[in-house]
Design a protein around this ligand. Structure first.
Ligand code: MLT
Length: 325
């Protein structure tokens, strides 16, 4: 063997020796999954359902940590600044895309400040009102809201929340402006709706199905293009006359930029294993959530999807003109 080849082989052996143990050593302690909205709400439910199964695959607990505020952007900024060591991840929904247009001074770039792990589930939304709201179906709701807009308030989870996006699209479709009442998640917003302190809430089935089934709220329809399996008798808002009205909530998992690729790949595999776990599949189906299609489950699939969502919602948000600093 000539000397150059020997040096090359020794170098390769050293490289393998120095990278292999580091790769095998992850994870050696609990992993944090940051949730940007209140505990007990839709994002938290998805995160905890996945985390339980992922902990088994990864051999370390995936701990949920709430970082609340500003429609999910406090959490986004926190994760963007976190160490890229494989112990901090972030779950967020469409807000990762809409915040880019809603905030004039977002302190992070959703496309360049994160590594992309995977998507997880798609969740329909439902349009609800407090139980004693004086409209019993979508036609009455439209008429009542148009006639009484100055008196009606609309709960949401802040600028960047899907409840805010859905409410904004409702206002646009009906040509009205309602009073927004922001919460740090739709879990407290739902409590306020149940207590009659707010009038209307557009929220995800992952939280609303039990309340709808128990008859605790007025329910007008689903925000998806087609009716959904979990609420087969419920009309879509499109069927009720809101042309082109469609919101489907998608969830992505991210890591701080620079997190090593082998960690991203192992997290991706753990998410995919969770999405195949029969307990997760059953729970998601009960809550109206659909496992995301395979095309969205790779890091590249999420990245491409996020870019398309930023391109889709940016012009709509700018045309409505709702902004924060
Ligand atoms: C939540 O988890 O509270 C919701 O996802 C907030 C929202 O975006 O409406």
């Amino acid at each position: 063997m000539n000397t150059r080849l020997q040096v090359l082989l020794t170098g390769l052996a050293l490289l393998c020796a120095s990278t292999a143990p580091a790769q095998q050593a992850w994870p050696t302690r609990p992993i944090t999954l940051v949730v940007p909205f209140a505990a007990g709400g839709p994002t938290d439910v998805v995160a905890r359902t996945l985390a339980g199964s992922m902990s088994k695959t990864l051999g370390q607990t995936v701990v949920i940590e709430q970082k609340l505020g500003a429609g999910g952007t406090v959490a986004g900024a926190y994760v963007a600044r976190s160490a890229p060591d494989g112990y901090t991840f972030f779950i967020h929904h469409n807000g990762m895309a809409t915040s880019a247009a809603l905030y004039r001074k977002l302190s992070y770039n959703p496309l360049t400040d994160f590594e992309f792990v995977s998507q997880a589930v798609d969740v329909p939304m439902t349009l609800l009102a407090r139980k004693d709201f004086p409209a019993n179906n979508m036609q009455e709701m439209i008429a009542y809201v148009k006639a009484n807009q100055s008196k009606i308030n609309l709960a949401n989870a802040g600028l960047g929340a899907v409840s805010q996006l859905c409410g904004m699209l409702l206002e646009r479709a009906l040509g009205v402006k309602l009073t927004a009442v922001p919460f740090q998640g739709t879990a407290p917003a739902m409590n306020a709706l149940l207590g009659g302190q707010v009038d209307i809430l557009c929220d995800q089935t992952t939280q609303t199905i039990p309340q709808i089934k128990a008859g605790n709220v007025k329910f007008y329809g689903v925000t998806t293009r087609n009716r959904i399996r979990a609420l087969p008798d419920a009309p879509t808002l499109q069927e009720s006359g809101l042309r082109d009205f469609e919101v489907l909530v998608w969830h992505g998992i991210y890591a701080p930029k620079g997190t090593p690729r082998f960690i991203i790949e192992r997290m991706n595999a753990a998410v995919i294993a969770a999405l195949k776990d029969p307990d997760v599949v059953r729970r998601m189906a009960d809550l109206g959530a659909e496992i995301a299609p395979d095309s969205k489950l790779s890091p590249e699939g999420l990245q491409t999807w996020l870019k398309a969502e930023i391109d889709k919602w940016g012009p709509i948000i700018r045309s409505v003109g709702t902004f924060a600093d």
